[in-house]
Each structure stands twice: as structure tokens, then as C-alpha cells.
Write a protein that binds this ligand. Structure first.
Ligand SMILES: Nc1nc2c(c(=O)[nH]1)N[C@H]1C(S)=C(S)[C@@H](COP(=O)(O)OP(=O)(O)OC[C@H]3O[C@@H](n4cnc5c(=O)[nH]c(N)nc54)[C@H](O)[C@@H]3O)O[C@H]1N2
Ligand SMILES: Nc1nc2c(c(=O)[nH]1)N[C@H]1C(S)=C(S)[C@@H](COP(=O)(O)OP(=O)(O)OC[C@H]3O[C@@H](n4cnc5c(=O)[nH]c(N)nc54)[C@H](O)[C@@H]3O)O[C@H]1N2
Ligand code: SF4
Ligand SMILES: [Mo]
Length: 693
């Protein structure tokens, strides 16, 4: 059986895999057995990748819409016709409204340097990724403190002794390597603290579980800092050398005693103090995990900053068992992979339409944009019209709060193009669908993986495309050729693309043959904590008082403000993920839909009894934006102020029969309200009522 080493794409974690192939068919997908930390393991979603290939409900040909949006009236078209159609419309839009009226949004992927180049070459600043909806405020928090983005940092779970997770539900919201490493560390005596208003699977693995009142983690953190500072438990040496603004923090946290935080969080003052002391005893091999999402309120930036500041106070930065700055190809003295974005491209002078790095979101990352602003821009045509939208591996209708609004906004587009592998909610509204080959049928740009030991990993096609589909990098190239910007895409084949990337690195395609990746260091690389740490802030230190924030008019340490309490009769809506599904994209997978066909509404037993709701009964959940119906899951394992549902269900595309109408969508209920500093939508800002049916 020939083996093909590649990279999984059933979610975005991109685990290295080995695909066992027989007669151009996939027999088995397993984790790459050679890769340290993976050793052959795969998660349920990764294994279910086999069912993508032969799925009769996948996209098989380019499609052009023939009826009103959303009615499912399509005709099949040849690639030539579909691409010509898109290009003709793009020309019309550019002529009428200017280049800036074309936007592209995608879930960042290995070919993002290609899509970015495409937009730049077209003359539009409006390139977006999903990032703001995932961890935009975390990104801003990192930049405000260290000058690095969150992507440039990692956590050393292998050597950690004390790990604190704020709703970072590792054992369900999976990263395979992390789960395996963490499991081993726990077996070897590491302690786990888990904080969540809901008992997730990770909570059941914790040594200390804290059922915190929803949205109050920041109060807990200020009290933890209070104890660490007032009891002199912090790492004085590290703080003196590497922190700017410690005195300001020390003064700032004085009112925030554990007794004060008990009122806010519902966690006993004594337990808060104990947590601080335990963590300090394990320093520097302590991680307060900065997570991805957790609370998602309008003040999220300050929660993320507080978590990072706790690590800095304990000196758990750039050391074994702590946070580390990811090392790149440059750190091992090699040239980085070439990217198309490295070419001389036309300068784009028009400001972004979403206000990232502008007036609306002065410190949000313009490299990713604030994608949840896009529906408003499209609908209101302010600051200018955006009339053409390309969506590549992204489903904004389900991944941006307030689906109804997003759908209405998309009605105002002259051209909506979806590049997907199946009918997403967004594709269903598109004018043209360009079907991409699945990750098992295509290769992509080589991935540079930063870490303690940097490496390069390759996605290679395992089998030939089953239908009339193409890789995304080819689709963009063909559009570019037709638009007269083909010179910025100097490749024809996958090998051309790989060779372009590898030029000057001293590595060749054949180096990937043995196991699909190339390691660039034998030993973990750390910077010198005594004198050699390289923070990219103006002070060269971790900035508790942040130049980035202050110069843009935002305070570094604003007084604590509680999240708005739920009005009587309302609940806070919390959301999260399950181990067997990826966001909004696997609910129609033939294997995974059997494992978990629908979501439920978790509701506290006492509240359910008050409302007359039985376990398993259908309920109606209503917010100011919309309404969904799903089954109740009555449980003691959730805080009485909140209800919870899994994200990703409640699909409305009839052609996707396994997910159609199953469960409810959180995005229908959520309001599109953002953290104006950090740039993320406050997904859990919304309150809902629940009624038995
Ligand atoms: N299986 C699977 N794994 C995935 C993904 C996937 O789709 N499926 N996606 C990947 C991606 S892109 C991401 S961003 C990560 C997400 O990884 P996580 O951030 O771990 O993911 P969520 O599942 O969103 O979990 C959020 C948790 O926060 C809790 N929570 C809600 N409100 C509060 C609060 O006020 N305080 C605290 N402390 N907790 C709160 C919720 O109850 C929930 O358990 O997962 C990654 N891994
Ligand atoms: N309401 C709400 N919104 C959220 C979240 C939430 O919990 N609730 N979570 C946020 C988070 S953490 C994240 S990371 C984002 C994720 O947001 P999205 O990126 O929108 O979600 P995904 O499910 O990862 O996939 C999006 C699309 O990619 C398509 N796709 C899968 N594989 C391929 C491929 O090989 N090629 C192409 N072209 N397309 C492919 C899928 O069919 C799907 O339509 O959503 C964010 N938005
Ligand atoms: S976590 Fe699972 S689905 Fe995600 S990349 Fe890894 S194996 Fe694939
Ligand atoms: Mo995410």
C-alpha cells in the first residue's frame, strides 16, 4: 500500500497525517507515525476525512445561480464559463465602484499568501480572514504587551507543572498534539485548574474546577494579581528586567482583593488565594493559558491581557513549562520560505472598509481585518460600497453573529463567489460556486511551522480528484490570468509553487519524501532569559502599560467594569465546540453526523424546573436577533445564569440532508457587537429567553 504523507484539513489544526492509499482510493487516514507528539494518533474528525471523497452531496462542478438567492436554483457550468463569468462581473464592479469595492474573506490557510496577493494586485485593501471572529482580541492583547501576535507564541505543555485554563476546553476543542502532550504531563504529576461556568470534559480532568459566574474571569485575575503582588510571590528578578509598568499594576490591583472577587465570581476568597499560592510555588513552569475565546465580551482585550500579565508576573515566559516565542526558519540561520506577498506589488492607498487600523478599530490587526464589520459595510455602503465578495473556505453567514442581517447584507452584493467543497450557508446564496478539490485530492503551499523546533510540512495529494474540482491556488491563478494580473502568480503546477517557495532555503521537494516534513532543529531553542529576550515593543519589554494602547487613546489598566447582568427571565448564551465536529463544516459529514446529529440547549436543573422544562423536551430560544428550536439538556453542570449550545448546527441548506434543520444555530441568536479595542465580536454579549414547546 503506498503511503502519502500529508496534512489533515478536517479542522484548522493541520495535524500531519499518513494516508494509506490503494488503487487511487483512501483506505485509512492515520496520524503521521514519525512526528514527535503525534505518533500515529488521529482524532475522530481526522479519521472521518475518508467520507469526503465519495460524498454524493459534495460540490462536483462549477455552478452558476439561475433563480433568486437562496432558492437552490443552479446550473452546472464548465470551468471556462464560470471563471469568465466571475471575471466579467469583477470588471464591471471595478469600473463602476473602483477596486476597493472587491473584498475577499477566508479562513486563513496554507495558500493565504496567494489570496492576499490577488487582492493587492487588484488594488483592493479589503482582505479579510476569520481571525477577528476567533481570536482577534487575543491577537491585539499579545501585540499590546509583547509586540508579537498570538500566532508567534506557543505553550510548552510537555514541561508544565501547573496549568490554568479559562474555558480552554482542550479535551473537546481539540489540538491533537496538545491533548496527547497534556495527558502525558498530567500522568507525570502536572496540576490542572479549569475555570468554566459549565462542566466540560476538560473540567472532569482537572484537579481544581471552578464554576465561575459567566463573564467574570477578569475579576478573578485581578484578585490573583493582588495576592501574587501583595504576598511577594511574583518573580521579582524577571519582572524587574523584563516588565514595563509593574508599579502601575501593583497600585491598580490594590482594591481588587479576593473578598471583592468572591462577590463578583462566586469563587471563595480562600480558594482564589490558594490558587495564586499554588501557581506561584510551581513557577516558572506555570501556564495561565490565554485560550482562544472563552468569555468573548466587549472587554475581552483586558481579560486576555490579564492572563498574559499573570504569566509575566510568574516569569513563565521563554522557559521550559511556560510560554515561548515560536522559533522560525530564520532562527536556525536559514532563509524563510518565499511567499507571493514578498513580491513588489502595487501599493494600495485606499483605507480599509472595516476601520481596522482606522478610526473604528485603531489597534485591530489590519493583516486580518474585522470581518464581522463586513455585513454592515455591504448593507450600508459606508464608508464606500463593497459590491463583489469572494469567500474562500469560510462561511460568514454562520460564523458572524446575526445571520439574518448577514444574509440581508449579501443581497446587496453584485457578485458573491464561494470557493468551497460543499454547500455552505454562504455558498447557497452565491452567484457562482467554484468547487475546490478536497485536501485528499490536492496539494497546497508548504507550511512553515514555528515552535521550539521549527519545521516545514507538506500537504500532498493522496488520490486524484473525484469530480470536476480544482485546487484553490489554481482557481486564483486562473482568475488572475483573466484579470491581467497573472504575472504575480509565477507558477503553473504544484511543483512550480513548491519550488518557488523553497528557492534559497537549501531544501528541496525530495527532502519531504521520507516522512512529509523537514525538521530544522534537534533541540528546543530558547532565547536567553537573562539578557537576550527580544520583545518587539518600543520599550523592548513586556508592557503592562502599553504604548500601543495608550497612543491610540485606550487605557492599559481601566477600572474593572462588570459585564451587564442578565435582566430577569433572561439567560446569558454561551457557546462552544464538541470533539467530533469542526465549527460549521462537518455537521453534514456522513460519519460525523451519525456521531452527533444535533446540538442541545444546556440549562441548569433548577431553572428548567422553574420554567417547566423536561430533559429532552423541545424548547424555543429567543434573542433580540432571532429564534431557534432545539432539545433541552437539563443538567446541574451549568451555572444557573447561563444556557449553552454547541456552535455549528441549525443548517438551512436543503441539499445537505444530514445537517438540514438539525438543532439550532448560535449565530442566529447572537448580536453583532464587538470589543472595539481588541477587534473580536462579543459572542456572549447576548441574552436569551427559553420557552418549553
Ligand atoms: N473538535 C474541535 N476542536 C477544535 C475546533 C473545532 O471546531 N472542533 N476549533 C479549533 C478552534 S478554531 C478554536 S478557536 C478552538 C477553541 O477552543 P476553546 O476556546 O477551548 O473552545 P470552545 O469550545 O469555544 O470552549 C469555550 C468554553 O468556554 C466556556 N465559557 C463560556 N463563557 C465563559 C466564561 O465567562 N468564563 C470561562 N472561564 N469560560 C467560559 C464555555 O462553556 C466553553 O466550555 O478549538 C480548536 N479545536
Ligand atoms: N456564532 C459563532 N461564530 C463563530 C464561532 C462561534 O463559536 N460562534 N467561532 C469562531 C471561530 S473560533 C472560528 S475559528 C471561526 C470559523 O469559521 P469558518 O472558517 O467559517 O468555519 P469552518 O467550519 O472552519 O469552515 C468554513 C468553510 O470551509 C469549508 N471548507 C472545508 N474544507 C475546505 C477546503 O478544503 N476548501 C475550501 N475551499 N473550503 C473548505 C467548509 O465547507 C465551510 O463552508 O468561526 C468563528 N465564528
Ligand atoms: S485535530 Fe483532528 S481534525 Fe484537526 S487537524 Fe488534527 S486530526 Fe485533523
Ligand atoms: Mo477559532
Amino acid at each position: 500500500m503506498p503511503d502519502v504523507f500529508s496534512i489533515c484539513l478536517m479542522c484548522t489544526v493541520r495535524c500531519p497525517i499518513r494516508v494509506r492509499v490503494e488503487k487511487d482510493d483512501v483506505r485509512l487516514i492515520e496520524g503521521n507515525p514519525y512526528m514527535e507528539g503525534i505518533e500515529g494518533s488521529i482524532c475522530p474528525k481526522g479519521a472521518a476525512g475518508v467520507s469526503l471523497l465519495g460524498d454524493v452531496q459534495r460540490l462536483k462542478n462549477p455552478l452558476i445561480r439561475t433563480g433568486p438567492r437562496g432558492t437552490g436554483m443552479w446550473r452546472e457550468a464548465s470551468w471556462e464559463e464560470a471563471l469568465d463569468y466571475v471575471v466579467e462581473r469583477l470588471h464591471q464592479i471595478r469600473e463602476k465602484y473602483g477596486s476597493q469595492s472587491i473584498a475577499l474573506t477566508e479562513r486563513t490557510h496554507l495558500n493565504s499568501h496567494i489570496s492576499k496577493t490577488f487582492l493587492r494586485a487588484l488594488g483592493s485593501p479589503n482582505y479579510f480572514t476569520h481571525n477577528s471572529c476567533c481570536k482577534g482580541s487575543l491577537n491585539t492583547a499579545f501585540r499590546s504587551l509583547t509586540g508579537y501576535t498570538d500566532d508567534q507564541f506557543g505553550v510548552d505543555l510537555k514541561n508544565v507543572r501547573y496549568l490554568v485554563l479559562y474555558g480552554r476546553n482542550y479535551f473537546e476543542s481539540l489540538e491533537l498534539k496538545a491533548v496527547k502532550t497534556l495527558t502525558r504531563s498530567l500522568e507525570n504529576g502536572a496540576r490542572l485548574v479549569y475555570i468554566d461556568p459549565r462542566v466540560s470534559v476538560t473540567a472532569t480532568r482537572a484537579h481544581r474546577y471552578l464554576m465561575i459566574r459567566p463573564g467574570t474571569d477578569l475579576a478573578l485575575n485581578y484578585a490573583l494579581m493582588h495576592v501574587l503582588i501583595n504576598e511577594g510571590l511574583y518573580d521579582r528578578e524577571f519582572v524587574e528586567r523584563w516588565v514595563a509598568g509593574f508599579e502601575a499594576l501593583a497600585e491598580f490591583v490594590q482594591p481588587y482583593t479576593p473578598q471583592w472577587a468572591e462577590q463578583e465570581t462566586g469563587i471563595k476568597a480562600a480558594e482564589i488565594a490558594e490558587l495564586a499560592r499554588e501557581a506561584a510555588a510551581a513557577r516558572p513552569r506555570v501556564i495561565f493559558h490565554y485560550g482562544y475565546r472563552c468569555a468573548h465580551y466587549t472587554s475581552e482585550i483586558y481579560l486576555r491581557r490579564s492572563i498574559l500579565m499573570l504569566n509575566a508576573l510568574l516569569g513563565s515566559i521563554e522557559c521550559p513549562g511556560g510560554l515561548f516565542i515560536k522559533k522560525t526558519v530564520r532562527d536556525v540561520g536559514r532563509s524563510p520560505l518565499r511567499r507571493l506577498t514578498g513580491q513588489e506589488l502595487p501599493a494600495v492607498k485606499i483605507p480599509r472598509c472595516d476601520g481596522a487600523a482606522g478610526e473604528l478599530y485603531p489597534v485591530a490587526d489590519p493583516e486580518h481585518g474585522v470581518v464581522q464589520e463586513l455585513p454592515r459595510v455591504i448593507k450600508e455602503e459606508k464608508p464606500y460600497p463593497v459590491k463583489g465578495l469572494l469567500v474562500w473556505r469560510h462561511d460568514p453567514v454562520m460564523s458572524i453573529p446575526d445571520s439574518q442581517y448577514t444574509k440581508e447584507a449579501f443581497n446587496n452584493l453584485d457578485l458573491l463567489v464561494a470557493i468551497d467543497i460543499q454547500f455552505s450557508e454562504t455558498a447557497w446564496l452565491a452567484d457562482v460556486i467554484l468547487p475546490e478539490s478536497t485536501y485528499l485530492e490536492r496539494g497546497d503551499s508548504i507550511q512553515e511551522v514555528g515552535g521550539l523546533k521549527p519545521m516545514l510540512v507538506m500537504r500532498q495529494p493522496a488520490v486524484s480528484p473525484r469530480y470536476n474540482t480544482r485546487p484553490g491556488w489554481q482557481i486564483i491563478k486562473e482568475l488572475a490570468d483573466r484579470l491581467g494580473i497573472g504575472q504575480y502568480f509565477p507558477y503553473r503546477t504544484l511543483e512550480d509553487l513548491w519550488n518557488y517557495q523553497l528557492e534559497g532555503t537549501g531544501i528541496s521537494i525530495s527532502d519531504f519524501a521520507r516522512c512529509g516534513y523537514v525538521t530544522l532543529a534537534d533541540q528546543a531553542i530558547f532565547q536567553d532569559r537573562k539578557d537576550g529576550l527580544k520583545f518587539k515593543t518600543p520599550s523592548g519589554k513586556i508592557e503592562f502599560v502599553s504604548s500601543l494602547l495608550e497612543k491610540n487613546g485606550f487605557p492599559s489598566l481601566p477600572p474593572y467594569e462588570a459585564v451587564p447582568p442578565a435582566p430577569a427571565g433572561f439567560y446569558r448564551l454561551m457557546v462552544g465546540r464538541a470533539a467530533v465536529h469542526t465549527h460549521v463544516s462537518t455537521q453534514n459529514n456522513a460519519l460525523l453526523s451519525e456521531q452527533l446529529p444535533e446540538n442541545t440547549l444546556w440549562i441548569n436543573s433548577a431553572e428548567a424546573a422553574r420554567l417547566g422544562i423536561r430533559d429532552g423536551q423541545m424548547v424555543e430560544v429567543t434573542s433580540g436577533c432571532g429564534q431557534v428550536r432545539l432539545k433541552a439538556q437539563v443538567t446541574d453542570h451549568i451555572h444557573p445564569e447561563a444556557v449553552f449550545m454547541l456552535h455549528g448546527f441549525g443548517h438551512t441548506v436543503p441539499a445537505q440532508t444530514r445537517s438540514y434543520g438539525r438543532g439550532g444555530s448560535d449565530a442566529v441568536l447572537q448580536e453583532n457587537v464587538s470589543d472595539r479595542v481588541g477587534g473580536s465580536p462579543a459572542l456572549q454579549h447576548v441574552f436569551v429567553t427559553v420557552r418549553p414547546l
